[in-house]
Design a protein around this ligand. Structure first.
Ligand SMILES: [Zn+2]
Ligand SMILES: [Zn+2]
Length: 358
């Protein structure tokens, strides 16, 4: 089967013929129909997030189950699924206590169980899903059934960007109607934080991005006000009577913007770190400010989602017209176009490029 392979960090991506083994016990084979190109793919490829090479990237995918491994009883061939890059085991302390996004049990079970190889040896599966491919094999817990009539591109985007962004507001922060929100970074995930804030009834909703085009798009997804990073503190003074925002969402993944988000949060407010940053990018806070302003600084992994229920919850909101998912798709591309999709993402030209497979 064909897949997009990154042979080395930052090197050109090529479509190659790979062998895909399995499914083994507890796994399913999925024929991919669509895969979004997410910023985290770029960050794995350029080394920001670490990981091994060669690798097949892609973790925002949807498709159809074509084969069941031994012991898989609760899925069916032909079922449409969204892939989850954090598969919840359903049997651990995290899964039992409403924090399924923190489950590591399935990943530990799968460790070393590589399915991809070429003539030159094994190929890693980025984030365990490897969706820049015609097919993939994943643990059954990573394949979440959805209605068959959901368009493939819409389904794919729910698998990472939409779930992360909307989940950051409704699950991680639990923003209430009338609370003020600022979102720093208006890429694919940031726009979903904005529409999550709109869904939650937040007001005002301020979008911060250096690029004018992204600020315009932000208005469509729910921003009531937009500004550049330089103007943020002035806008905050105007919109919040100088207090700062109830919630600041950092959706860039850099120490400088985390610091900016914290500074834009009111005393007692909450700063939510949604962006996927590097382990080698420390953020500085003084001991005094952390205790005396009582701001909460919280991480957000995968929108604090329980994918077993939240994927379909997001789809129902989309069907009800409460979330715009089609509007996130800027370009529909083929497997061979990922290099260009990365370039467009770096230039800020697109919200999402989505690979569609016939
Ligand atoms: Zn992603
Ligand atoms: Zn678990």
């Amino acid at each position: 089967m064909k897949a997009v392979v990154a042979r080395e960090q930052g090197g050109r991506l090529e479509v190659e013929d790979l062998d895909l083994a399995g499914p083994g016990p507890g796994e399913v084979r999925v024929r991919l129909r669509a895969s979004g190109v997410c910023h985290s793919d770029l960050s794995i490829w350029d080394g920001t997030l670490g990981g091994s090479f060669p690798v097949v990237l892609g973790h925002e995918g949807a498709g159809e189950i074509t084969e069941l491994g031994a012991g898989v009883a609760d899925r069916a061939v032909g079922e449409h699924v969204i892939l989850s890059w954090i598969p919840p085991c359903g049997r651990c302390r995290y899964c039992w206590s409403g924090q399924a996004n923190l489950c590591t049990a399935v990943r530990e079970r799968q460790a070393g169980r590589g399915h991809l190889s070429s003539d030159g040896g094994p190929v890693a599966a980025g984030l365990g899903t490897a969706t820049f491919a015609e097919e993939t094999v994943v643990p059954v817990e990573a394949a979440i059934p959805i209605p068959a009539d959901v368009p493939d591109a819409v389904a794919a985007l729910v698998g990472c960007g939409v779930m992360t962004g909307v989940g950051a507001v409704v699950n991680t922060a639990r923003v209430a109607p009338g609370e003020s929100v600022v979102v720093i970074g208006c890429g694919g995930v940031g726009l979903n934080v904005l529409q999550g804030a709109r869904l939650a009834g937040a007001d005002p909703i301020c979008a911060i991005d250096p690029l004018p085009g992204k600020r315009e798009t932000a208005r469509h997804f729910g921003a009531t006000h937009v500004a550049t990073p330089e103007d943020l503190l002035e806008v905050s003074r105007q919109l919040t009577e100088g207090r700062g925002f109830d919630y600041a969402f950092e959706v860039v993944g850099r120490s400088s913007t985390i610091r900016l988000a914290y500074d834009a949060t009111r005393r007692g407010g909450t700063t939510v770190v949604v962006g996927a940053g590097s382990r080698n990018d420390p953020v500085a806070f003084s001991a005094g400010e952390l205790f005396s302003t009582e701001r909460r600084l919280v991480g957000c992994l995968y929108g604090s989602a329980d994918v077993r229920t939240d994927f379909n919850r997001v789809l129902r909101l989309w069907q009800a017209g409460r979330l715009d998912l089609e509007g996130l798709v800027s370009r529909r591309i083929g497997l061979g176009d990922v290099n260009e999709a990365f370039e467009a993402m770096r230039a800020g030209d697109v919200v999402r490029s989505v690979i569609e497979l016939p």
